[in-house]
Write a protein that binds this ligand. Structure first.
Ligand code: ADP
Ligand code: ADP
Length: 233
């Protein structure tokens, strides 16, 4: 579903944020992406939703490739189509603050749909899935941080993504709320979606069996290969 092969990314100021990253994530996997601040986690995630393209090597996501020997850069249209298959949430949540909870979601639901009835039905469905139907008319500032992140998750789910990316989604939330958000991501995974979660929360990693991909200073430290190379007892 996701493959990086010898990916290098150097920012315009000359900073090498990714150095020879190769990794493979299977369809339906849940993987953690860890590493100290500045290790390259966000840069890596941006390559998955093709906000960045590799300087060397290639990235393939859901059948679309960037980079490679021809330094292929997908067109804007191709990137738009890819992003419909990817749901994404961030530490800083990024809701539209002048729109209600429901409008934040219908806004995204219209991307894939033309009929307003279908837009509304799907939007109510995903709000119910994150347990926030009763807040549909509220504005983001009227919600707690955990509730805002649930809305962002609902918004990311509205086009039935095949891949779900979460960039430190619980970084600003207290532990109890963080666990609830993590449980939602596990639920998304259990429904068959590939989930990639950048996090610093060791307890999530230690209480589950999901693979951990560890970055250090733009290099892959461990976890680049999936089950194929793991020993089973
Ligand atoms: P992480 O998500 O693991 O904290 P990032 O991918 O955000 O790491 O950043 C990796 C490195 O690249 C950091 O040293 C960061 O300062 C640098 N970096 C990130 N974005 C840019 C940019 N737009 N221009 C230059 N350097 C950047
Ligand atoms: P937490 O303690 O979990 O962070 P808060 O104390 O921020 O949650 O909020 C508790 C409840 O009060 C939430 O359900 C939230 O939606 C509601 N709430 C918080 N601020 C407002 C507000 N300004 N207007 C309406 N409801 C609010």
């Amino acid at each position: 579903m996701i493959e990086f092969l010898h990916v290098q990314k150097v920012y315009e100021n000359g900073y090498p944020a990714l150095r020879d990253i190769s990794l493979h994530i299977d369809k339906g996997e849940f993987v953690f992406l860890t590493g100290e601040s500045g290790a390259g986690k966000t840069t890596l995630l941006k390559h998955i939703f093709m906000d960045l393209f590799p300087d060397q090597g290639h990235v393939s996501v859901a059948g679309m490739t960037s980079g490679g020997s021809s330094r292929h850069m997908p067109s804007r249209r191709q990137v738009q189509l890819l992003r419909r298959k990817i749901g994404i949430v961030f530490q800083d949540i990024r809701l539209l603050h002048d729109r209600s909870v429901l409008e934040n979601i219908t806004f995204a639901a219209r991307i894939g749909r033309s009929r307003e009835r279908a837009v509304r039905k799907k939007s109510y469905d995903v709000l119910a899935r994150v347990g926030l139907s009763h807040k549909c008319g509220n504005y983001p500032h009227q919600l707690s941080g955990g509730e805002q992140q649930r809305v962002a998750i609902a918004r990311a789910l509205v086009n039935d993504p095949r891949i779900f990316i979460a960039d430190e989604p619980t970084g600003n939330l207290d532990y109890r709320i963080s666990r609830e958000i993590f449980a939602l991501l596990q639920d998304i995974h259990n429904n068959g979606t590939t989930v990639v979660m950048a996090t610093h929360e060791r307890s999530f990693i230690e209480t589950t069996h999901y693979r951990e991909i560890v970055l250090h200073d733009g290099l892959l430290r461990s976890g680049g290969e999936g089950r194929r190379f793991q020993c089973s007892v």
